[in-house]
Design a protein around this ligand. Structure first.
Ligand code: SF4
Length: 364
């Protein structure tokens, strides 16, 4: 099977071109031409990269392609949210969700097949972990969405896909190398060309990776907080036993102090009688005090056999008011795609762990 050029970094494409005899002098220009054609125009075949010579296209065609993963199934919610089930080359499956809004469209992408972190309120956490995704598989999700939305340069001046959120299946900071390769292509002005401010990486709080993320990528950071004391967070987000709230908050303070423009988005799922009291809201304001932040309150999205219920609307409103009075923005996130199990925490595919060998690269 031919290898895909999709997901290769600029340096990797450079090495490939050098091996095909492209001169050092022309290298930078050729890389840009290839990037532009794949990520800006949406070329699906090497023959469509008409800015490079016919000879170079023939050489590339010998062993490379612009093949993407395939969409196995699409479901569309009554609120127009679209969920795609993607089939990977080894037959494993992942989900990707597009959420259209009035003035923007967000794509929620996956970084792993399944997830090791087993957050008790999250459907993905019930999947046996299979493996990390490659940069090719991460970028395939973006390209497929743009294909489906017909969102390529030249088709219209108005972009449909404007924001990327790494909040699908998996913990992105446990697949940092591949995720970071993909993000660099997404924010590259000759790549997908989405600004850093419109890319958000959501983590359960892998403390040692937060500083590196800021230094190397500096995209938006969202933290799945969900509880204000270690006892409850240990149950909801078990990685808290390794990186407790105090350590997480200290890392976030350092992260925001390093650059004045940085702001953290805290994700807080509203679970009836678990984490939704007024004293929880006050404690939340206390622990994050000093951190420029916004708090997204997420009404719990149920899934089969989950043990939690969503907090009552009145309680969510009262919780939000406490936070707002403390000076933080605390929007209550409108559930999107609930009817097609595409909402936050509902993603799950049928992939199963097949062998220990398949788990390579997972860092827990
Ligand atoms: S909430 Fe995120 S980190 Fe936790 S199990 Fe689900 S996908 Fe993994």
């Amino acid at each position: 099977m031919k290898k895909s050029i999709i997901g290769l970094s600029r340096n990797q494409i450079g090495e490939l071109l050098l091996s095909l005899g492209v001169s050092e002098k022309n290298l930078k220009m050729r890389i840009s031409q290839i990037f532009h054609s794949i990520y800006f125009k949406g070329s699906k075949k090497i023959d469509e990269i008409t800015t490079i010579s016919k000879k170079l296209r023939e050489d590339l065609n010998q062993s490379y392609s612009l093949e993407r993963n395939k969409i196995k199934k699409e479901v569309v919610s009554k609120d127009k949210t679209r969920k795609w089930l993607l089939s990977l080359q080894d037959d494993k499956e992942i989900e990707t969700v597009f959420i259209p809004e009035k003035k923007r469209g967000s794509l929620c992408i996956s970084s792993q097949v399944g997830c090791t972190l087993n957050c008790s309120f999250c459907h993905t956490g019930t999947m046996p972990l299979v493996r990390n995704l490659t940069a090719f598989e991460i970028m395939s999700q973006v390209l497929l969405a743009k294909d489906e939305l017909d969102d390529w340069e030249g088709n219209s001046d108005i972009r449909k896909l404007t924001n990327i959120i790494l909040m699908g299946m998996g913990e992105p900071l446990y697949n940092y190398e591949e995720v970071s390769k993909a993000i660099k292509i997404i924010i590259d002005s000759e790549g997908i060309n989405i600004s850093k401010r419109k890319v958000t990486l959501s983590t359960a709080g892998i403390v040692p990776m937060i500083e590196r993320l800021g230094e190397e990528l500096d995209v938006g950071l969202a933290i799945s907080l969900h509880a204000v004391n270690d006892d409850i967070r240990n149950t909801l987000v078990p990685i808290n036993r390794k990186y407790p709230i105090k350590e997480l908050i200290a890392a976030l303070k350092k992260y925001t102090e390093a650059k004045s423009s940085r702001k953290i988005t805290f994700e807080y799922v509203m679970l009836k009688n678990v984490n939704d009291s007024i004293s929880d809201a006050r404690e939340l304001c206390r622990i994050i005090s000093g951190i420029p932040a916004k708090i997204n309150l997420i009404p719990f999205n149920p899934w089969p056999l989950s043990i939690y219920e969503c907090s009552d609307e009145k309680k969510i409103r009262a919780f939000s008011e406490v936070i707002t009075r403390a000076g933080y923005s605390s929007p209550v996130r409108k559930p999107r795609g609930r009817d097609i199990m595409a909402a936050c925490g509902q993603l799950v595919s049928q992939s199963k762990r097949t062998s220990r060998h398949d788990q390579g690269g997972i860092n827990v």
